[in-house]
Write a protein that binds this ligand. Structure first.
Ligand code: FAD
Length: 501
């Protein structure tokens, strides 16, 4: 039977492809969503906490009606110390033995960072303005953001300007003294990036992270019931209800270009599918260099795309434990962070620059079985370990070394844990690239650094979701405003397509 024809083909059923497909279908567009994997969801299989689920997406897709519920809308963070002197952060409250001056300083710094992030948050929901042209509406939105920033008062406005260009280490060092607190914050600020806390301009990506909200709470760490896959599962039910046709095991091998226009796709196996518009939620680099091919593109664009930085620094570890671990009395329902000091975070980044494994990686740990126990009493430790090299000389040796370093770090903070391990699965950034298609295993499908943000993301000239060839649209985490299980770039791309009609 011939495949019915569609107005629009969306490539990739991760959060952004799902969000874009839903928005388009709910406006009456017939959409075919093609997913290479056996099941949709994409990078939701990598994620373990929600920090920036787009409220527009959550509402319009009615994810609650489609089954999304929360085990916690905002997990507390326990900063685990090997001597049992843990700190517990919940909102702006810190419990544990912390100097009073640090407690007050963190409350004030957090409030300020959240205020700055909230001022910048509307940027997430718009296409970056084209600076070269006077395009009206985006400029008005930018002016509104500028006005909101100015309304904070002269002193705060100047401080925002200063802080935007500074690095995480200096801001923490100016305000705080406690190494445990500085370490945990430096780890969070650099999570998903390829930047140490002392790297220039490292504060801005942290503000982007803090500008996210999840389940209505800014800068939260939400845990959906059933894990992060529950978000994309609800999204799949929503797109199906909206009339999107989803095909899994349908890997796009090539985007069809005729007469310098995109006219459809060719699947692995040779099936050809045509549509007036193709929306790719794959990383821009993959879309342009692998699926379109350099011969259809401007040589300068190809060079700039090749030079775009996409180095992943986070590894993913799943452990099955035969018993319950004891992190020196820490609450196992919390988000646990092992980071040492701010210097330890920087030290864990240093070897990665040279393709080597750090001896003391920072760890973010979630224990889903502490929220939803397993009948057999086993526990699941879900860990993101940072930093990890994306291109070591010997991949297998680096993976083995990283696993040993992670287990040693865990065992130092939860004595005896290593002896409980029944199964360990570690994905290094290069494994993540192979399995999930994120270039370099990069969290944001292209580093989220100042020179690759806003109208420079993914590249100048194609930063408004419109691809370099007519008929092609870009909708991945590699576009503004970056990654996470948010749906934001996908939603923004669909809005840009509507605006172009
Ligand atoms: C180690 C690690 C941990 C992370 N942890 C978190 C976290 O805790 N919380 C969080 O919010 N975010 C987290 N992220 C980030 C998050 O996973 C990504 O930013 C997000 O998945 C990007 O969404 P996307 O829709 O743009 O792309 P993806 O989720 O990568 O989706 C792209 C989809 O396209 C499919 N595809 C690929 N090639 C083809 C093809 N040729 N044809 C058809 N389909 C194809 C893929 O199978 C995939 O389903 C983490 C990332 C990493 C690397």
């Amino acid at each position: 039977m011939p495949m019915p024809s569609f107005d629009t083909i969306v490539i990739g059923a991760g959060p952004n492809g799902l969000a874009a497909a839903h928005r388009l279908a709910s406006r009456g567009v017939s959409v075919l969503l093609l997913e290479a994997g056996d099941a949709p969801g994409g990078g939701a299989g990598l994620a373990h906490l929600s920090y920036n689920l787009d409220p527009r997406v959550e509402k319009a897709m009615d994810l609650a009606r489609h089954g999304l519920t929360w085990a916690s809308r905002d997990l507390a963070t326990t900063v685990v110390s090997p001597d049992g002197r843990h700190l517990r952060l919940q909102g702006d409250r810190v419990t544990g033995d912390l100097p009073e001056t640090d407690r007050a300083a963190w409350t004030a710094l957090r409030a300020r960072l959240l205020r700055f992030a909230a001022v910048l948050a509307p940027l997430n929901h718009m296409a970056p303005p084209r600076l070269a042209r006077n395009v009206g509406n985006p400029m008005v939105k930018l002016a509104m953001i500028g006005l909101k920033a100015r309304m904070m008062g002269g002193a705060e406005f100047r401080e925002l300007g200063r802080i935007l260009l500074t690095n995480v280490h200096d801001v923490l060092d100016d305000e705080l003294t406690d190494p445990r607190l500085k370490g945990a914050l430096a780890f969070e600020a650099t999570l998903g990036g390829w930047l140490g806390p002392r790297s220039p301009n490292s504060l801005l990506p942290w503000l982007v992270r803090l500008s996210g909200e999840t389940a209505g709470v800014q800068a939260a760490h939400g845990l959906p019931k059933g894990g992060m896959g529950a978000i994309t599962e609800a999204m799949v039910r929503a797109v199906t209800a909206a009339g999107v046709t989803l095909r899994c095991k349908a890997r796009v091998a090539r985007i069809l270009v005729e007469g310098e226009k995109v006219v459809g796709v060719v699947l692995q196996g040779g099936e050809e599918l045509r549509a007036a518009r193709v929306v790719s939620s794959l990383a821009p680099r993959t879309t342009l260099l692998s699926l379109i091919g350099a011969r259809h593109l401007d040589a300068g664009l190809v060079t700039r795309m090749r030079h775009q930085k996409a180095r992943g620094g986070a590894a993913r570890l799943h452990l099955t434990l035969r018993g319950i671990p004891d992190f020196m009395g820490a609450n196992l329902q919390d988000r646990l962070v092992i980071a040492g000091s701010e210097h330890d975070v920087e030290r864990s980044f240093n070897p990665v620059k040279y393709g080597k494994v750090p001896s003391h990686p920072g760890l973010e740990i979630v224990i889903p079985t502490a929220h939803e126990p397993r009948a057999d009493g086993r526990h699941h430790l879900s860990v993101i370990a940072q930093f990890a090299p994306h291109a070591p000389a010997d991949r297998d040796a680096a993976r083995a070394e990283m696993l040993a370093a992670c287990l040693a770090q865990l065992d130092r903070h939860a004595p005896g844990l290593a002896g409980l391990v029944e199964r360990a699965d570690l994905l290094m950034p290069y494994d993540i690239e192979d399995r999930y298609g994120l270039p370099g295993g990069q969290w944001h499908a292209g580093e989220l650094s100042v020179e690759q943000m806003l109208f420079l993301r993914p590249l100048p000239g194609i930063a408004q979701y419109r691809g370099p060839l007519p008929g092609l649209w870009l909708a991945s985490a590699g576009c503004h405003p970056g990654g996470g299980i948010s749906g934001t770039p996908g939603w923004n791309a669909a809005l840009a397509m509507e605006a172009a009609e």
